[in-house]
Design a protein around this ligand. Structure first.
Ligand code: DOR
Ligand code: ZN
Length: 343
């Protein structure tokens, strides 16, 4: 197959930052995706519906006039979010989920949750109003090996949480392990997961290939090959619990190539093309549309998009860098050739 037409996909996990950087990166997503779930880990974080409304407007203003793109906003869960915020969020019609960062787990998570019990009134309301909880599933205990943090989170935090809130809609975001795949697969239908292009493309060796490679550092960190294989199997299985979420997370070059570099890979510039490459290599192009365009809307109970995109099996070289406000952004696969192209 050398061309593929699919319903225009959505990105169910995206970081677009704020300010001048927006106009440099939003067009990449808007060309490929009709909608995206926008992560709220700004500084300060987006914790109220009012802040989400203002942030949404800044994003909309950065979308080129000739492209139709809908940002789906989220709120950042904190220890002291009032339960009524969930009603305000639901009533606004622009907030579609709440993001849970364990405090200290990743970029701008200092204001995250220190103890889930403190958020139980909010979670109760979310369960009642069918507002999905999007989970960064890693424990933060420095005694737990960084490669085990997701698996330990599932056993020690997620399982007890779901016992207390059996009907809460949950997306385990950017899953990276066989344990997460198995857990989601055997969980009831209110539990789903997103999978990134980078966790499908790379195992942890990539971070150390010929030297230390900061552009392959993200959280959750890349894992062993057997985990990557489990993710590929899940993504290409046609199981509607697994859908597309890029976790494209831009940082300026100066904050990646440094002694204490930020976590995150930027993939928005060629995300659907990279997924197509993985699905093609695994003889599963027929499963791409479900993963990219159908299962997400089904979980979020949103209409499926009506537009289509065409993908061509045609080599393209990824630019070495992009502008990022007054800095430089090094994209995933910078300077490399990939086999699929958006028409
Ligand atoms: O690699 C990551 N980057 N993981 C996250 O959880 C956050 C993200 C970011 O915002 O940079
Ligand atoms: Zn993220």
């Amino acid at each position: 197959m050398d061309s593929l037409t699919i319903i225009k996909p959505d990105d169910w996990h995206l970081h677009v930052r704020d300010g001048d950087a927006l106009k440099d990166i939003i067009p990449h997503t808007a060309k490929r995706f009709a909608r995206a779930i926008i992560m709220p880990n700004l500084k300060p974080p987006v914790t109220t519906t009012e802040q989400a409304q203002a942030y949404r407007q800044r994003i909309v203003d950065a979308v080129p006039n000739d492209i139709h793109f809908q940002p789906l906003m989220t709120l950042y869960l904190t220890d002291n979010m009032p339960a009524d915020e969930i009603n305000r969020a639901k009533d606004s019609g622009i907030v579609f989920a709440v993001k849970y960062y364990p405090a200290g787990a990743t970029t701008n998570s200092d204001a995250g949750v220190t103890d889930l019990k403190k958020t139980y009134a909010v979670l109760e309301r979310m369960q009642q109003l069918e507002m999905p909880l999007l989970i960064h599933g890693e424990v933060t205990d420095p005694n737990i090996d960084v490669f085990d943090r997701e698996a330990v989170f599932i056993d020690t935090i997620l399982k007890p949480l779901l016992k207390d809130f059996p009907n809460l809609k949950v997306v385990l975001e950017h899953i990276t392990t066989e344990q997460a795949v198995d857990f989601v697969m055997s969980a009831p239908n209110n539990i789903a997961a997103t999978i990134t292009p980078h966790h499908l493309l790379y195992n942890r060796n990539q971070m150390f290939q010929g030297g230390i490679k900061p552009h392959y550092y993200c959280l959750p960190i890349l894992k062993r090959e057997k985990h990557r294989q489990a993710l590929i199997k899940a993504a290409t299985s046609g199981n509607s619990k697994f859908f597309l979420g890029t976790d494209s997370a831009p940082h300026p070059q100066s904050k990646k190539e440094t002694a204490c570099g930020c976590a995150g890979m930027y993939s928005a510039h060629a995300a659907i093309e990279m997924y197509a490459e993985v699905f093609d290599e695994n003889n599963a192009l027929d499963k791409l549309e479900g993963f990219a365009s159908l299962y997400g809307p089904e979980f979020y109970r949103l209409p499926v998009n009506t537009d289509k995109i065409n993908l061509l099996k045609q080599a393209q070289t990824i630019p070495a860098s992009y502008q990022f406000a007054n800095e430089t952004l090094i994209p995933l696969k910078a300077g490399e050739t990939i086999q699929w192209k958006l028409q």
